[in-house]
Design a protein around this ligand. Structure first.
Ligand code: PLP
Length: 438
């Protein structure tokens, strides 16, 4: 491709996008002009060959990196056989994908319900919980994101908590977030204890026998990557058990390697009743998500129809990509890489960055799941204003780094296959932009 033709293609992509594509979560006059035409591993390129280090993993989903050859090949091979099947039919790839997912779940889980993504995974988990318990209410936290469909968006507690007067049975509570504690806590232990006390009071006030489930992101992602403090998740489990309430853990973003573990909850003393997943399970090569269902809940539907389904539930291309992606993750030690690189490279580098930049209020995370919280004032912890965050974002992109910016935070969330060299390339870019963009 000649240089001029390549530039023309980038321009054509921008024109078509601006004229005809309606974008999510955006004012349509303020769209990105960044073109992504191809990718490999932790890097993407536009048509003209401009290279970007992808430290966003797109929407925090490309855990095995872009264009893993074995996964692309598996999709190609499946496409040669059959590209679509009804959910009611039996298909080898679907069974295999479900079995492989179950292989990473705790004992007592044997069934997977497949969806098209994370939102409808939560939607169906909520429905299962309501039908299993015969109760209505779903409790979820204010700082959370569970997806953009009916019950999932009403369960969401971040800035997208869209008022919906028709939605019944959704109650929000505060989860732990020590840096901006709602409970005046000063230690993780205090935060955990007080957040549990708060949840206990909410359950009592709402009426325990009306509550079907507590829905939690094991590690809240988009809302700020807040690792649960010691004892919190075990305490939530205990409260649920006391009142016959189910625990749904949303592992859509945190699951399949991001925290350096297969499921984020593997690092905590907690066992959910339903697990929702999407993103990292096949790195988003084909849209897919699902619910991993514990045996007692699955048994509810042995002789009773589960009223739910999707034309593309268990889509063969998605199923083939799951099997290949999990093969690659297992054989290449991708999850272990995320754990080690977080511990030895990303974490220490970000802490070092915080020592030199007054604007960094807190660094927190694990694996390839880190938040750098930026503040106008370290004492008051006032969030850095949106205009400054906008300059930081443009500065990073201009220097060839694709960032994930949310509110007053930079989320450092590269693919799980990120290397020491990639981190060494990225850190000076963050450093330079924090020195010059404010
Ligand atoms: N749950 C969590 C924790 C998420 O981060 C997301 C998306 O970012 C969703 C659910 C929704 O997933 P999807 O966009 O695939 O519907």
């Amino acid at each position: 491709m000649t240089e001029n033709l390549a530039e023309d293609l980038d321009e054509l992509a921008r024109t078509l996008d601006r004229d005809h594509v309606f974008h999510s979560w955006s004012a349509q006059s303020q769209l990105s002009s960044l073109v992504v035409a191809s990718g490999r591993g932790c890097r993407v390129w536009d048509h003209a060959g401009r290279e970007y280090l992808d430290f966003s993993s797109q929407l925090v989903n490309v855990n095995i990196g872009h264009q893993h050859p074995a996964v692309v090949q598996a999709i190609r091979e499946q496409a040669e056989l059959i590209t679509t099947i009804a959910p009611s039919t039996v298909n080898l790839a679907r069974g295999e994908a479900a079995k492989r997912i179950i292989g990473h779940a705790p004992s007592g889980f044997h069934k997977v319900f497949f969806t098209n993504g994370g939102a409808d995974a939560n939607e169906n988990a909520i429905r299962m919980a309501r039908l299993h318990t015969g109760r209505d209410k779903i409790l979820s936290t204010y700082r959370s994101y569970h997806g953009n469909t009916g019950a999932a968006i009403v369960s969401t507690g971040d800035w997208r908590r869209i008022p919906n007067e028709f939605a019944r049975g959704h109650v929000h509570f505060f989860g732990p977030y020590l840096y901006r504690s709602e409970f005046w806590a000063t230690t993780p232990e205090e935060e955990s204890e007080r957040a549990l006390h708060h949840l206990r009071r909410v359950i009592e006030a709402e009426g325990p026998s009306s509550i079907a489930a507590v829905l939690l992101e094991t590690v809240p992602g988009t809302a700020g990557i807040m690792l649960p403090p010691p004892g919190y998740l075990a305490g939530v489990r205990e409260l649920c058990d006391q009142h016959g309430i189910l625990l749904i853990l949303d592992e859509v973003m945190a699951g399949f390697g991001r925290t350096g573990r297969w499921f984020a909850f593997d690092g905590y003393d907690v066992r959910p009743d339903l697990i929702t997943f999407a993103k990292g399970v096949n790195s988003g090569y084909v849209p897919v998500g699902g619910v991993v269902i514990s045996d007692p809940i699955a048994a509810t539907f042995d002789d009773r129809v589960f009223p739910g389904g999707l034309t593309y539930s268990g889509h063969p291309l998605a199923m083939a990509s799951i099997v290949a992606a999990l093969d690659a993750m297992e054989s290449e030690g991708v999850v272990e890489n995320a754990r080690v690189i977080g511990e030895t490279e990303i974490g220490p580098a970000l802490v070092e960055l915080a020592e030199r930049h007054e604007v960094i209020g807190e660094v927190r995370g694990e694996g390839v799941f880190w938040a750098v919280e930026l503040v106008a004032d370290r004492e008051t912890r006032e969030p850095l204003p949106a205009a400054a965050m906008g300059r930081i974002k443009s500065g990073l992109v201009a220097r060839g780094l694709l960032p994930f910016i949310q509110d007053n935070r930079i989320h450092v969330v590269p693919p799980c296959v990120v290397t020491v060299e990639d981190v060494a390339q990225a850190m000076p870019i963050y450093d330079e932009v924090l020195s010059t963009a404010l």
